[in-house]
Design a protein around this ligand. Sequence first.
Ligand code: NAI
Length: 767
Amino acid sequence: MSVPLSFDGRVVLVTGAGGGLGREYALAFGKRGAAVIVNDLGGDIKGGGRSSAAADRVVEEIRANGGKAVANYDSVEDGEKLIQTALDAFGRIDVVVNNAGILRDRSFARTSDTDWDLIHRVHLRGSFLVTRAAWNHMKNQKFGRIIMTSSAAGIYGNFGQANYSAAKLGLLGLSNTLAIEGQKYNVHCNTVAPTAGSRLTETVMPPDLLESLKAEYVAPLVLWLSHESCRENGGLFEVGAGWIGKLRWERTLGRTVRQKNEIMTPEAVRDSWNEICDFTDATKPASIQESLQTLVEVLSKVDSGRGIGTNPTAAAATNPSEAVGHTLPEISFSYTHMNCILYALGVGMSTGEPDHLRFLYEGSQDFCCLPTFSVIVAQSAMTQLGSVPGLQIDFSRLLHGEQYLEVFKPLPTSGTLTSRAVVADVLDKGSGMIVLLDVHTYSGAELVCYNQFSLFVVGAGGFGGKRTSQKAVVTAPLPDRPADAVIVEQTSRDQAALYRLSGDWNPLHIDPSFAALGGFQTPILHGLCSFGFAARHVLKRYAGNDVSRFKSIKVRFVKPVFPGQALQTEMWKQENRIHIQCTVKETGAVVLAGAYIDLHAPVEPSVSGGTPQTNVLQSDLVFAEIERRVKGQGQELVKKVNAVLAWEIMKDGESARHWTLDLKTGHGALTRGVTGGQADVTFTVADQDFMDVVTGKLNPQKVLDTHTHTHTPKVEFLQHCFSTGLLLREAEGQRERHVEPEAGGRPEGLRQTLRSSPALTLTSAAH
Ligand code: NAI
């Protein structure tokens, strides 16, 4: 079971909450801990009259259920007063559900000024006034959730509802802009188009349908969209009968019906009408920038004498049968540890993180190269595409669409690697052409890694080629649940300037005037840099920064990142696959989509008689066990503990290991190393003392006094956290594990036996 959505401490205003849908929302919020302002004018369905009874009844119901609520009887046209009620009663406002509504249905010819104005005043202007009154409070507290109530009548039109349809779709426009303006303040705005039996619908629905379309089948969506954990912003949802669907815009590829230096005529529009309206290969623009981008492209195409749609230029220039299978000249790439370190810095590694040293310092014992450095080794193959017969690529229109990388062995930290690239396929996407470039990289005769660059050439489609390819490594959809882990990391102002030194010299990433030509206000970060950040986050979170566990990564590049913005990597673990989505924290824009990283399973600690391991600490075994338990019962432990615990294990007076046990988010996770997030408590403890506590030989309090520095003063809590034995003992099906010193071996050498037993004991080598 996932964690229930609570609104404890939140103050929620529901307008028109005296009946129908609003009442249901108010009751549901009240049950989940919110303090609710129940607003209702108490008038009739057409907007006449007023009464306090409706709001009072709902307030009483909420209080009878043990909830907190106050009534407000003002019209939504007095927006300030509604918000003032919230501030007077509860001191803040977190959520506004704009729900109040009336109907004045008339066929269009009979719609009077009053019919039009009243509907607009209550629905559109009322929502505007209430929301504006709440806006600055939400902005200042960096949290707010706003719901607009639209209608299928607005989305699709409905006979006799011209006034209502116009107002209801106006609310969507309002919401679209509020979503953009509020994003950076964590103020989100979404729109619902509900269908439910109420007094508004009783005249248009048969009684049995009215009865079955319950308001309670709508309220859960409104609650989810209002919750602090919901990231949705600017969405439009139809909801009813327990079903919820999301809507978006779709646009045909369209056709340019104008030629350079010629007049555009209605006849040309008529003659292209079928193509203008043909939804084959339709796009789904999601922002005004995307919308305008098309026009910019059209202007440049017309100017250069090329059309859009069926593309005779591309047809003449592209011959897939000639290009596919074409092998490019072999590339040789020589590098030293300096390149590995420069790359690691380029993708955000820092000496501020102790476990990054292995990537930044060639003298560190386990110095290694980040696996994603493999793209650097192979990327120059892209520049050779200009020489492929059957392809004519305008490099100024080339976008890096997707990337797949598979690593077959950890990359050497220096050496010379050779890469062989082949055009694996050429696809016709209508609006552009995709070139799949496969690059295999070798160290001598040994295959080290495989890259597939998926390159999109804007405007080069329409040559009559195939749309898909068996050879394409495809992206994967995200699991349908909240992320298991999230790492947020600020990129630096000079991130692109640093990253480019690894070999991507495109001026788009450094030169403001070049960036402006590409339609960007400032130079953008390399997509492959975000890719490096995301891979690193997964390595850290799920593989303890062990590069030998990295198998492969696939990403689709969606939106640019500007240096200085924060990258947020959300991760979902499914077996050895970690699904990822990377967004810009400040804007919520998705940067990497459909992405995943496959890891090799961790190497199990050796069992009795196995090869002794070097650098093994006694506590490693306990953490291996904790990891196993967290995998099985993580969710339960998250509920119980709700904290992030960190350990620094000392050996011979020196820091030997860091562990972070996240029992706060998702299904919980144990990570070797220090994660980016703040731990609730950090323990610094000697390996031996740790074992002594776990085996019950040592009182944790004693160790706490001498070895820990903590952020929480509550001793019982610390004891609870520290006693990892507690975690162990709590688990069912306990087994016995003996840890014995390896005969005659180094003190750290461990040999263990596993056998079933009802009790758990841990014995360890004293040293
Ligand atoms: P309802 O009539 O049961 O509830 C609307 C409430 O708003 C009433 O209690 C009314 O007193 C209150 N109200 C009206 N004018 C007000 C004002 N100026 N200030 C404060 N309160 C005012 O209707 P229902 O069905 O619950 O509708 C809720 C919202 O959902 C409305 O915006 C409606 O347009 C919308 N909607 C409902 C659909 C449905 O199938 N029920 C379909 C599409 C949209």
